[in-house]
Each structure stands twice: as structure tokens, then as C-alpha cells.
Design a binder for this molecule. Structure first.
Ligand SMILES: [Zn+2]
Ligand SMILES: [Zn+2]
Length: 631
């Protein structure tokens, strides 16, 4: 008889490690099914002892061991991958099982018996003598792709495989279509848009292929057990798509670092503009430059920044949504049969409505987020947070006044305005209200590219679909983003402005009512260096990452519950000076939300004492290490 230690791979199971007995030997890395409460849960075998060896343990245990159910007795994962998951569990203050649930595809765990087992999986992780620090590359996409291509060739020549990791499904498709000329038969794409059957098939093919392979994938397939992975490329490093939105909030970028280290692979972070903290680490020498980082971004387009303040404010008769320069650009695009992309940051007609008499903001009755005015047969307010919809025919809740006025410019208002100015122009719109499926989005973008002289107006959503250049582009409204109280907001705005610039061939017009923000000059001139300098100074002053590690603790519930839980958290973490504050939107679905923020000195996380305290918190209190935002 044997005793095996397993990690249940499922979220919401508190236990880190469980023990079961079995009559046959099972290698670490194998997937088994274990009974937990009334269900069977996949679990990963971490270690095994013969019963004789474990005798003392057994004698001391107060519970009876249950027997394991179904077996897949050959290992499905590399020991290095399991180690990396344990590293990540510690770093993100979660259980190993909950990390594994995020970084392995569900079908592989559920149908483990259909997976081709690996016979040559090593019993232990490779020596760490060979460790090399991660590399960074910051350059335009064309240049990055050229680097990656030669790297892949070089790796193949050394009989090594390459993991090419991307933040979104759409990215994996794009890279697949642009990258592997001549090595198609050794290139595989894994992403969650594939059916369970396709995932299983591809997974098995990758394992059985004797030749080195290129695997283009999103973060949840990094556990593919090829023993010959020599390089991991993590492209579009600045994308927040790498951060999981569910607990334990694993960040694929950090996980890739653990993985590369544990399997002895080279890791490369690449982007047009890397994250400020990644640039900082490169400057400090913690990361190495794959090629000298480019801090000047070249573009063939002519850029114009327009100060919209000259058209005064919203309540003045000479207020304009489309300024003269953009007006001229639309006319020119139409006359010359050129395409024009126009960016708008916010959905709806207006992102905010306030009372003209008392200044009260119109809020969602369910979750207290400011509601967004939308156009309909009868205009309506829509809550972008919880989806509540109601007629816009109402009075101020505070003073009963009818004088409700809109603030800011939404995409629908821009669309309306252009329609009125250019009635015979073909206009496409892409935002979450008009486009609900991936297929729809592709169709709209295609039709736009195939209709010379047309306009596509889009929110951030459109940016992932614009893969080919357009003649002209513009930013109609972006200023509302500056008011978002988030330490990464400048980085985000910079990325949006740069992305649009990178696809523009001729003229790029940016409208703003915040002309004093230097970011507009940095973005339109492609001046990444001054942007970085200013941003790192700002982060240093406020001791935000990379000058600290942030941990956000969130409690949601009834007001009394949250208050008493927060008192408990404050006491538990007293030594670490938690800063307690209400969420940006204080109530969600009638539940109160509060955060506590820990700001740890650079380099002091993981701290074992603090980790233990965080792990002792009940499951309804969530812990987010390295949060994307403080909201
Ligand atoms: Zn009022
Ligand atoms: Zn709401």
C-alpha cells in the first residue's frame, strides 16, 4: 500500500495538500481523481511514500485515509512546472491547486485518461546553475517579430522548442498568421476558443511530435509537458490581459518567470512599450536587453494635437465635438477614398450626467456607479458596471430639478455628430454595445478595410482588431481617462495613443481638452524615453511599483459584515500598516465593498510571516498581490 500526497486542482478548496492511499505506485506529476466532500476533483500527485515508510505519519493521523478513485499513472506535467505553480501559489498567496486551475486547461484535468502520458519526464527539476536572467526587447512590432523569427530558427537548430505566449486569443491567431513561414508543420496554436476535443488533439500531437515545436498560446496552456522547451517568449508584455481577474489573481508574466527558472528556459519579454516596472528592472540590470531597447518610435504619419479648449465648454453655444482639424481630415478621407479610424474612450452618448442645479451625479440605483446616457427610441441610462437600465426621463434624486446635464463625450455622440456633418459617409462603430461576438467584430473590421472612404469609430475594443494599417486616424475623445484614479492610467493612455499611431500611415489628429498633459507630445512624437523618465519619477515619489509591492485585500458583503471583517483584517495586519479605503464604486449589487492596501518595501515580498497571516484569512476575503489597479 502507498500513501500519496496530492494537490486538488480546483478553486475554492481551502486545503493545500491532502493524503490518500492507493494499492499501486503513482508517479508525481500524475493526475488522479479524489473524493472531496460529495464530489470528485482532479488532483495532482506531488509525492508518494510506501505505507511502511509513512507508518509513523499514519499512526499520528487522526483521520482515516480515503482511497483514490480513477488513475492516470503516468505523469502529465513536468516537475519544473509543478514547482513553478508552487512558487506562484506562495507569491500570489493562494493554494497550489487554485494556481494550477488557472494555468492548466480544464479538459486536460477532466479527461486525463485521454492524454498521451510522457515517458521521459524527469523526476526532478533541472539544476539551476544554468539560470539566466530574463531578456527584454522594446521595439516596433516588425522588428520584434524579426528577432523572434531568428530566435525560433536558432532554437530549432539546437533541437529546442519555443513557447510563444500572448495575452489574448485574437493575438495567438494574429501571430500564427504572420510568424511561422516554412515551419507550419511544427507550429501549434493552443487557446480557449478551441473545443475540448481540439485541445486534447493538439495537446497530444504536441507531445508526440519528435521534431522541436513552436507553441503559440495564451497563459492557460503553459503546462504543456515538452521536455525540450528552450525559450519562452512573452509578447505584448504591457497587456493587462496577463493578469487573471479571478482568485488567486495570478499574473502570467510572473508565472512565466518562475516557469523559465524551474525548467531552465530562456525568457523574453517583448513589447512596443514595456511596462514601467519592466523597464526599471532592465535599467537596474535585473533583466538583460535582448537588443538595445528602442526609446524612439518611428512613424510615417503626420501628427497634430488639437487643443479643444478653444471651443469653450459643453454648455456654450460654440461647443464642438469635432474640431476644425478633424472635420478637415474626415472631408479629406472622403474625397480621397481613404480610410479613417476614430478613437473614443467611452461608450454611450455621455459617460456622466449631473444635476445642473445642485451638482449631484446621476447614479445606478443598484450599484451606485455613475450611469451612462445611451441613445435609443427613448434615451436611457445604462449602468456599465451591473447592467441596470432605466429611462433617462427623470429628475434629480437630490433636489428634484429637471436640469440634468451631460459631462464628457461618448462614442454615440461622436457617431451622431459625424452622421449629421457627413450624411452620405459610411460609418462603422465598434464598442461593447454594438458588437457582441468575436465573429461580428472581425466582420465589421473587414468591411471597414474593404470600404475605401469609410470611418470606423471604436473604443479600446477596436484596437485589438485593427491589424492592418489605415491611411488616417484620430482621437475624438480620450480626456475622461485622466480622471480615473489609478497609478497605471498614464501607461494605459500612452499605449492607446501609440497603438493608433503605429497603424496610421498619413495623418493622425488627437483632440484634447487637457493640452497641458505632456503625454500627448510624447505619444505623438514617439518619445518613449521622456515618458518613461517622467512616469518612473512619479512612481518613485508616491512609492508605487516598482518601488513597492502592493497587496490589495477586498471584502464584499453587508455593511455591518464588511465593517467587522475589516476591523479584524486591520488588527491581523497591523504590523504592515494597512490603508483601508472604500472601493471606487462603493456598492455592487447592494453589497458594500472595501479595500485594504498594503504597500511593502521593494524586495520584501514574499515575507513568510505576512504570507501566513494572509493565508489564514477566510475565503470570502480576497487577496490580490500586484493588483493592476487600486480601484
Ligand atoms: Zn439636483
Ligand atoms: Zn449598476
Amino acid at each position: 500500500m502507498y500513501i500519496v500526497n496530492v494537490v486538488p486542482i480546483a478553486r475554492g478548496i481551502g486545503a493545500e495538500m491532502l493524503s490518500y492511499f492507493t494499492t499501486s505506485e503513482i508517479k508525481p506529476g500524475s493526475i488522479v481523481k479524489v473524493p472531496i466532500r460529495s464530489r470528485e476533483v482532479p488532483a495532482l500527485v506531488i509525492g508518494m511514500k510506501s505505507a511502511a515508510e509513512a507508518k509513523t505519519d499514519l499512526k499520528n493521523s487522526t483521520y482515516t485515509l480515503k482511497k483514490i478513485g480513477k488513475l492516470n499513472v503516468l505523469p502529465l506535467f513536468l516537475p519544473g512546472f509543478i514547482k513553478a505553480a508552487q512558487d506562484a501559489a506562495e507569491y500570489f498567496a493562494g493554494s497550489t491547486g487554485s494556481v494550477l486551475a488557472l494555468v492548466t486547461p480544464k479538459v486536460i484535468l477532466e479527461q486525463a485518461e485521454k492524454v498521451v502520458p510522457q515517458k521521459d519526464i524527469p523526476d526532478s527539476v533541472p539544476d539551476q546553475n544554468e539560470r539566466h536572467e530574463p531578456y527584454t526587447i522594446q521595439a516596433d512590432e516588425e522588428e520584434r517579430l524579426a528577432h523572434y523569427k531568428s530566435l525560433i530558427r536558432e532554437q530549432f537548430a539546437k533541437k529546442k522548442s519555443v513557447l510563444f505566449c500572448l495575452p489574448t486569443i485574437q493575438d495567438t491567431k494574429r501571430i500564427f498568421s504572420t510568424l511561422p513561414k516554412g515551419i507550419e508543420q511544427y507550429t501549434y496554436v493552443l487557446n480557449s476558443s478551441l473545443s475540448k476535443k481540439e485541445i486534447l488533439n493538439t495537446w497530444n500531437k504536441i507531445i508526440e511530435e519528435p521534431h522541436p515545436v513552436l507553441i503559440i498560446t495564451t497563459g492557460s496552456f503553459l503546462g504543456i509537458p515538452r521536455t525540450d522547451i528552450g525559450t519562452i517568449i512573452l509578447e505584448r508584455e504591457s497587456s493587462n490581459g496577463y493578469k487573471a481577474q479571478i482568485r488567486p489573481y495570478v499574473d502570467t508574466r510572473r508565472f512565466a518567470e518562475f516557469l523559465a527558472l524551474r525548467i531552465g528556459a530562456k525568457l523574453i519579454f517583448g513589447d512596443h512599450l514595456l511596462r514601467v516596472e519592466t523597464l526599471w528592472r532592465t535599467k537596474q540590470g535585473d533583466l538583460a536587453e535582448l537588443a538595445p531597447l528602442k526609446f524612439r518610435s518611428i512613424s510615417t504619419s503626420k501628427e497634430v494635437v488639437v487643443d479643444m479648449k478653444r471651443y469653450k465648454t459643453l454648455d456654450r453655444p460654440d461647443f464642438r465635438i469635432i474640431g476644425e482639424e478633424l472635420d478637415a481630415l474626415i472631408q479629406q478621407s472622403k474625397d480621397h477614398n481613404e480610410n479613417l479610424f476614430l478613437f473614443a474612450a467611452r461608450r454611450g452618448l455621455a459617460p456622466m450626467t449631473v444635476c445642473g442645479d445642485c451638482g449631484t451625479t446621476v447614479l445606478c440605483t443598484k450599484c451606485t456607479a455613475p450611469v451612462v446616457l445611451h441613445r435609443g427610441e427613448e434615451n436611457f441610462f445604462l449602468c456599465h458596471r451591473c447592467g441596470e437600465r432605466r429611462s433617462a426621463e427623470e429628475r434629480c434624486k437630490n433636489c428634484d430639478s429637471w436640469k440634468l446635464t451631460t459631462l464628457g463625450i461618448g462614442i454615440e455622440l461622436i457617431e451622431n455628430t459625424i452622421q449629421n456633418m457627413f450624411p452620405d459617409m459610411k460609418i462603422f462603430r465598434m464598442d461593447k454595445d454594438s458588437i457582441t461576438t468575436h465573429k461580428q467584430a472581425l466582420a465589421v473590421v473587414n468591411e471597414f478595410y474593404n470600404s475605401p472612404g469609410s470611418i470606423l469609430i471604436g473604443t479600446e475594443m477596436a484596437l485589438t482588431y485593427l491589424e492592418k494599417p489605415v491611411e488616417n486616424s484620430g482621437v475624438a475623445a480620450i480626456d475622461s481617462l485622466f480622471s480615473i484614479p489609478d497609478f497605471r492610467i498614464n501607461e494605459k493612455i500612452m499605449n492607446i495613443l501609440l497603438k493608433i499611431r503605429s497603424i496610421t500611415q498619413k495623418i493622425y489628429v488627437v483632440q484634447t481638452r487637457s493640452r497641458n498633459q505632456r503625454i500627448f507630445d510624447y505619444a505623438t512624437k514617439g518619445n518613449l524615453m521622456d515618458f518613461y523618465r517622467e512616469e518612473i519619477e512619479e512612481r518613485k515619489k508616491l512609492s508605487y511599483p516598482p518601488f513597492s509591492n502592493l497587496i490589495k485585500i477586498t471584502i464584499k458583503g453587508t455593511r455591518e459584515q464588511v465593517t467587522s471583517d475589516m476591523d479584524f483584517v486591520e488588527k491581523l495586519l497591523e504590523d504592515y500598516n494597512p490603508l483601508v479605503f472604500p472601493a471606487f464604486i462603493e456598492t455592487v449589487n447592494k453589497k458594500t465593498v472595501m479595500h485594504a492596501l498594503l504597500k511593502l518595501d521593494q524586495g520584501t515580498w514574499v515575507n513568510k510571516d505576512l504570507l501566513e497571516r494572509l493565508l489564514s484569512l477566510p475565503p470570502h476575503i480576497s487577496v490580490n498581490v500586484d493588483p493592476e489597479s487600486l480601484l
